[in-house]
Design a protein around this ligand. Structure first.
Ligand SMILES: [Zn+2]
Length: 276
């Protein structure tokens, strides 16, 4: 992989603004890398060791590699849109060193073979790629996949992203099977029975008669869409359950989870704008 080449020798990154929240650092600093690892971080011009190469980072931010938990690489099946090589090259250009890719490709990544395929060197990934496998066959929400086999093949979580798991019975089965493996479950936080044919968020614009009648626009009522998140959290309210992640911008659902002591994390959704 291309980033393997950067793991030998030394590189001095000079004059950048180093931002590292874990180290509570936000200051002009020089950074010395040796054999792919950080060897020294010091105020400007204080590093005495020599380096094979120097990179002028004036005007740039120097930060630990970013991790994106939710990306859509279009392979397998849609390389005319994007390949794993081009998608990860774009991620690397933006500072990302690891991504978790969703399974709603064509075909859906619901087998160990496809999970392994994504990780093969032939895909040309520029950064770490951690596959998220489908929670149900073809992400149809009817029959759960073999989580153990998917995890052994390299899947780091399961999700039917793009579609929610709407069946209580299937979600319960999903959480139960995942908990034995400590495999995170990621729910697409949208009740598609209530958002069918909706193309914008509910509000004054979606009520404009011309839009509603002639353009076919219909507003998503956020409170209804988020119901899936709250209902799923309610079902997963077992502190011993697996990590459960969801896409929700509104604060009520994660707060509800914290009060129930269950193991829930959330990250923003593009279609739920109210953040009370
Ligand atoms: Zn997605």
């Amino acid at each position: 992989m291309a980033h393997e080449k950067a793991k030998s020798g030394s590189l001095l990154i000079k004059g950048g603004r180093v931002i590292d929240p874990a180290a509570k650092l936000d200051a002009p600093m020089d950074v010395l890398l040796r054999d792919g690892r950080v060897a020294e971080v010091a105020p400007p011009n204080k590093i005495r060791s020599s380096a094979d190469k120097t990179f002028d980072a004036r005007g740039l931010v120097v930060a630990p590699g970013f991790i994106d938990l939710h990306v859509h690489l279009r392979e397998p099946g849609q390389s005319y849109k994007e390949s794993i090589a081009t998608g990860t090259a774009a991620a690397a250009a933006g500072g990302f060193t690891s991504v978790c890719c969703m399974p709603n490709t064509s075909p859906v990544v619901d087998s160990p073979e496809w999970v392994a395929w994504i990780q093969q060197p032939e895909r040309g990934a520029m950064i770490n790629v951690f596959p998220i496998a489908a929670a149900t066959h073809a992400s149809k929400g009817a029959v759960i996949t073999d989580f153990g086999a998917l995890q052994r093949a390299g899947a780091v979580a399961v999700s039917d992203d793009g579609r929610p798991i709407l069946s209580d019975a299937i979600m319960r089965e999903t959480l139960r099977a995942a908990s034995g493996l400590n495999l995170p479950v990621i729910q697409h936080a949208e009740d598609t029975r209530m958002t069918e044919n909706c193309s914008m968020n509910d509000g004054p614009t979606s009520f404009r008669p011309r839009l509603a009648r002639h353009e076919g626009c219909c507003g998503i009522v956020c409170g209804r869409a988020r119901y899936t998140t709250r209902a799923t959290i309610h079902r997963s309210a077992d502190p011993r359950g697996p990590p459960f992640y969801c896409r929700c911008a509104e604060s009520g659902a994660p707060r509800q989870a914290r009060q129930g002591s269950c193991h829930v994390r959330s990250y923003p959704s593009p279609f739920q704008p109210d953040r009370r």
